[in-house]
Design a protein around this ligand. Structure first.
Ligand SMILES: [Zn+2]
Length: 340
C-alpha cells in the first residue's frame, strides 16, 4: 500500500521557512504511480488515503523529554522551531532561512500539522503489519533526539510509532534500516540502550552531522556520535561500492540479531544521496538515479525473502528532481507486488 496523509502537508514556506523540502516529492511520486497503465486501473488495491490527528502528548513523551514536549506544544514554539529548522543562530538572531514578512501563519499551527503528518508513520507501520508492505509519502525524522528536534526533524516519528506498537503488544522487535545520506543519529541515540530496536545506517562518511565538534560545552561526547547497531560510512567517491557495502551491512545486521528476524522493519528511504539533490550538506554522496532505485530494491527484496513486514518513510530529499528516486522504486516493485 502507498499511504498518503491528506490533511497535513504543510508548506514550510507558508510559515516563512526557506528550506527546499518540497511537497512535490509526495505529489509527483503519486502522479507517476497514477499514470502507470496497470496501476491506474486499480487504485483501490494500492492507495490508502487517510486523515490523521496530531500525535498525543503521551505518545511524544515515550520518546522525548517533558521539557521539549512542553516547549513544542506551547503557544509560541518559535525558539524550538528556530533550532529544528536552523533559522535562529546560537546568538538568537534570525538568518536567511526565515523570511519574517512572509510569515503570516502562527508556528503553533505548523507544529500541529507536522504532528498530524508524523502520525502517518504509525499508520504505515500498522498497514505494513497487516499487509506486509506500506510506503508512506512522508515521515522519516531520523535526526530528532531524546532532548529535542534538530536537522529539520521535529519529533522522531519512527520511534514514536515503534513505542506505540510495543505498548499495544503488536511488536516486540524492530529493525530500522536508514538509507538517507545523513547518519540516522537520532535513531541511534534514542535506541542506544534498547536491544529491541536494531539500527543500520549507511551514510556519508564525512559532513553533517558527523563534522560537528564531538564535544559539547561541558566537554561531553555529543550524541550524534553514538553508534548505530551497524554503521556503514561511505567515503567520498565510493558510489560504485555502495550496493556491496549495503549488502554486507544487512548481513551484519542479521548476525547482530543472532539470526532472529524482527516483527517489523522500518526503511528510511531518503532521496538526498541522489546526485541531483540540491542540499549543500548532502553533496558528499552522489548516487545516480539507477543506484538509488537499486539500493532500495535491494533492501525490499532482502526483507521480502525473509518475510519481514516493511514500512517505508521518505526522510530527506531536497529539490525538484528527488521525487524520481521514490517513484522509480515504487514503479518497479508495486506492479510486482500487486500483479506478480
Ligand atoms: Zn538527509
Amino acid at each position: 500500500m502507498i499511504l498518503s496523509i491528506e490533511n497535513s502537508n504543510a508548506r514550510l514556506q507558508d510559515y516563512g521557512i526557506q528550506i527546499p523540502l518540497l511537497a512535490e516529492r509526495y505529489t509527483k511520486t503519486l502522479e507517476a504511480l497514477e499514470q502507470h497503465a496497470k496501476l491506474s486501473q486499480c487504485k483501490d488495491k494500492w492507495l490508502l488515503t487517510a486523515n490523521t490527528k496530531p500525535l498525543s502528548r503521551e505518545q511524544l513523551l515515550r520518546v522525548h523529554t517533558q521539557s521539549y514536549v512542553e516547549a513544542l506544544l506551547s503557544e509560541n514554539p518559535l525558539r524550538v522551531m528556530g533550532e529544528v529548522f536552523e533559522f535562529i543562530d546560537s546568538g538568537g538572531h534570525f538568518n536567511e532561512r526565515f523570511v519574517e514578512h512572509e510569515n503570516n501563519r502562527p508556528l503553533s499551527e505548523l507544529v500541529e500539522k507536522r504532528l498530524a503528518h508524523a502520525a502517518g508513520t504509525l499508520v504505515a507501520c500498522e498497514t505494513a503489519l497487516a499487509q506486509g508492505f506500506c510506503y508512506f509519502l512522508g515521515g522519516g525524522a531520523h535526526h530528532a533526539m531524546t532532548t529535542g528536534g534538530r536537522g529539520f526533524c521535529l519529533v522522531h516519528d519512527l520511534l514514536i510509532a515503534v513505542r506505540e506498537l510495543q505498548a499495544r503488544g503488536q511488536v516486540k522487535t524492530v529493525w530500522v534500516i536508514d538509507l538517507d545520506a545523513h547518519k540516522g543519529d537520532g535513531t541511534a541515540e534514542i535506541t542506544i540502550a534498547d536491544p529491541s530496536v536494531l539500527t543500520l545506517s549507511i551514510h556519508m562518511q564525512e559532513g553533517w552531522p558527523l563534522d560537528e565538534s564531538p564535544l559539547d560545552d561541558q566537554g561531553q561526547l555529543k550524541r550524534c556520535f553514538w553508534p548505530s547497531t551497524v554503521d556503514i560510512p561511505v567515503p567520498i567517491g565510493a558510489e560504485s561500492a555502495y550496493l556491496e557495502l549495503l549488502r554486507h551491512g544487512l548481513q551484519q545486521l542479521e548476525v547482530c540479531a543472532g539470526g532472529r528476524l524482527p516483527d517489523l522493519a522500518l526503511v528510511v528511504d531518503g532521496s538526498d544521496p541522489f546526485e541531483k539533490d540540491v542540499l549543500q550538506s548532502a553533496k558528499l554522496m552522489q548516487l545516480s538515479l539507477e543506484q538509488c532505485v537499486d539500493r532500495t530494491r535491494l533492501v525490499h527484496d532482502w526483507l521480502q525473502e525473509r518475510g519481514v513486514p516493511q514500512a517505508y518513510v521518505m526522510a530527506g530529499g531536497y529539490g525538484p528532481e528527488n521525487w524520481r528516486v521514490h517513484a522509480g522504486f515504487l514503479l518497479d516493485i508495486l506492479p510486482r507486488r500487486i500483479f506478480g
